[in-house]
Design a protein around this ligand. Structure first.
Ligand code: CMC
Length: 429
């Protein structure tokens, strides 16, 4: 039972009351921090379906309405009118920058793009066929061994320097992972280029010739970075917060986030969506795949469809679809995979199974097609996601460390193992 500002729980005949807190928007939360002390009971919520694990002022999602706001600004407006650098500033600092603030921030980030030269030796320790996410986990974790002057998390200045370093070095680290895998020399950053153009040059440029980037592709990539910049308390962000709650250094926390993001249910879905669209191949084959997705005895799911939070069109998918058109126009690509994607989306959106279960395209439905058209191999897709999400991770990590109520994260459990029993020596078993 919930009254105006309290919720009453009756357990074993005794009543206890819990404060009900309101955010600026979104569902109320019942503050159960004293539940165990008052009743001796825990709540049970695997997968955190109904648990707010922290207080945050960064990102808001209304999954039923298909709304995503960063510091209050709708993602569609940011993707259309802003830049990744500006969105990074917004997430880190809470407000949009003035022109001068944006120029200073952009300059600061570009001055941190180089890696300690010693770090390039790390790459040579990996096999050439190593997955770039494995390389990312290792190299990002190793940053803590190189930048000792930004690992004191109690110092807000050091926290900001670590945040800037991570945002700035991620494109260099990601591009080097790619170059290593294809046996090309590492390309050093160029600070006169935009954040995105610099990353593209380090990835696709070679020392033997000049690199030219189509402005439409630069814009598309920047927009893809914006769309992935933050997404509230998702699995990898919660991992970063949990790792950081013990006081671990920021580079180690972000490496933990990268490890979590790697999984196919999180960052790996765009690769799966692209593979699925290619496998379907022709619009005539779509009904067969829709039927499979609906068949309870078939494990197949429509990849890039459905979301734990969005029960409406993912607002990022809307921008992705538009971006895909722009990229295909700029590159003069006429790939049947786009037609398959559009028709699959339309058929699914008109099918009672998908309507009833509120399954809509998510951000991954179109992003794999775009990234592949631009020239990225599929195992780089999640790396690009990690690169962009780093700003969200560091902003959330900073918010957590600055929170005076911050405690080490320590979930409890419902124990279902054996009760106490006596040890039997191996000779008697
Ligand atoms: N195709 C067919 N059926 C589906 C799909 C799908 N893509 N997604 C969910 N369902 C069905 C599911 O079978 C279940 O049916 P029933 O109630 O009859 O058992 C119902 O819808 C609810 O699904 P769920 O798995 O209980 O929902 P969830 O919130 O645990 O899972 C999800 C969300 C994203 C893991 C799931 O929708 C899925 O596997 N989608 C495909 C993978 C994908 O696109 N992942 C990217 C997520 S967005 C990227 C990010 O933010 O990291």
């Amino acid at each position: 039972m919930m009254s105006d500002n309290t919720a009453k729980l009756t357990l074993g005949g005794a009543d206890t009351n819990y404060a009900v807190r309101q955010g600026t928007i979104g569902p109320d939360v019942i503050d159960i921090r004293k539940l165990y002390a008052s009743t001796g009971a825990f709540t049970f919520d695997p997968g955190f379906m109904s648990t707010a694990a922290c207080e945050s002022s960064l990102t808001y999602i209304d999954g039923d309405e298909g709304i995503l706001l960063h510091r209050g600004y709708p993602i569609g407006q940011l993707a259309e009118q802003s830049s990744f650098m500006e969105v990074s500033y917004l997430l880190l600092n809470g407000e949009l920058p003035s022109q001068a603030e944006l120029a200073t921030f952009t300059r600061t980030i570009s001055r941190h793009t180089m890696l300690h030269e010693q770090l390039s030796n790390f790459y040579r320790g990996f096999r050439r066929d190593a997955h770039p996410m494995a390389i990312m986990c290792g190299v990002v974790g190793a940053l803590s061994a190189f930048y000792h002057d930004s690992t004191d998390i109690s110092d807000p200045h050091q926290r900001m320097v670590a945040s800037h370093r991570l945002i700035a070095k991620m494109p260099t680290i990601a591009a080097m992972a790619y170059k290593y895998s294809i046996g090309q020399p590492f390309i050093y950053p160029r600070n006169d280029l935009s954040y995105t153009a610099n990353f593209m040059r380090m990835t696709f440029g070679v020392p033997a010739e000049d690199y030219h980037l189509d402005p439409a592709i630069e814009r598309a990539m920047d927009r893809i970075f914006i769309l992935h910049a933050d997404h509230e308390q998702n699995a990898s962000t919660s991992t970063v917060r949990l790792a950081g709650s013990s006081g671990a250094n920021p580079f180690a926390c972000i490496a933990a986030g990268i490890a979590c993001l790697w999984g196919p249910a999180h960052g790996g879905a765009n690769e799966a969506a692209l593979n699925m669209l290619r496998e379907i191949g022709r619009p005539e084959r779509i009904p067969e795949y829709i039927a499979r997705a609906k068949d309870k005895n078939d494990p197949f799911r429509l990849m890039g469809f459905g979301h734990r939070v969005y029960k409406n069109y993912d607002p990022r998918a809307t921008v992705m679809q538009q971006t895909l058109r722009e990229v295909f126009d700029a590159l003069k690509i006429n790939d049947p995979v786009f037609e398959v994607a559009l028709q699959l989306e339309e058929m699914a959106l008109n099918d009672p199974y998908f309507i009833d279960k509120k399954l809509f395209p998510n951000v991954d439905f179109y992003s794999g097609v775009i990234l592949s058209a631009i020239g990225f191999p599929t195992d780089m897709f999640t790396v690009l996601f990690a690169l962009a999400r780093t700003v969200g991770w560091v902003a959330q990590w900073n918010e957590m460390i600055s929170d005076p109520e911050q405690k080490i994260g320590r979930p409890r459990q419902l124990y279902t193992g054996p009760t106490q029993r006596d040890y039997v020596p191996v000779s008697k078993r």
